[in-house]
Write a protein that binds this ligand. Structure first.
Ligand SMILES: [Zn+2]
Length: 173
């Protein structure tokens, strides 16, 4: 177990165990889903490989680009907001005790949550947490097919909505 302090978060992560779990997790969620929004994210993540974000993930044993799932929501001025999450083996505390806390890492907004959104075969069900991220991107594909929304992205959309208020509140001074 190692401790990482970031913003209000004190993260206790077993980076080796997390790395071992990811070594068996060969197909990231977006590649598994293959809907238009996920395909767009596969392009977007090449452009948003921010060093500070990659370093944070790496220090936790998480390989960049191996999201469990991502989901997309169109913004007002047409940018595409994406949210997604990674699993890590460990736990965290929030210094000020607030439940609605998030932290900026490069262009990403991150937020931690305890437990799993749903079980994932390669990861244990207990003693795990999720690192959620949010980022504004654009549409990078030549073709857009809004009819390829799958059941899984709908679940992601619902999760996104639970955090969207928090983010818009934070962005406005
Ligand atoms: Zn998808």
């Amino acid at each position: 177990m190692k401790t990482i302090n970031i913003g209000q978060y004190i993260i206790n992560v077993d980076a080796d165990a997390t790395r071992r779990a990811y070594s068996g997790y060969n197909t990231p969620g977006p590649e598994r889903c293959k809907c238009g929004y996920c395909n767009n994210w596969v392009e977007a993540r090449k452009l948003f490989k921010d060093e500070s974000f990659v370093d944070l993930l790496s220090s936790m044993g998480i390989p960049y680009g191996y999201e469990i799932e991502v989901c997309e929501v169109s913004g007002k001025d047409s940018p595409h907001m994406y949210s997604g999450w990674y699993i890590f083996i460990g736990d965290f505390e929030v210094i000020d005790g607030s439940e609605n806390h998030s932290h900026e890492v490069g262009p990403y907004e991150i937020r931690l949550s305890k437990g799993l959104s749903y079980p994932v075969e390669e990861f244990p069900k207990e003693g795990v947490s999720e690192l959620h991220f949010f980022i504004q991107t654009q549409w990078y594909l030549k073709k857009q097919d809004p009819n390829t929304v799958t059941k899984k992205t709908k679940i992601g959309y619902m999760l996104y909505n639970t955090f969207a208020d928090l983010i818009s509140k934070k962005k406005k001074p």
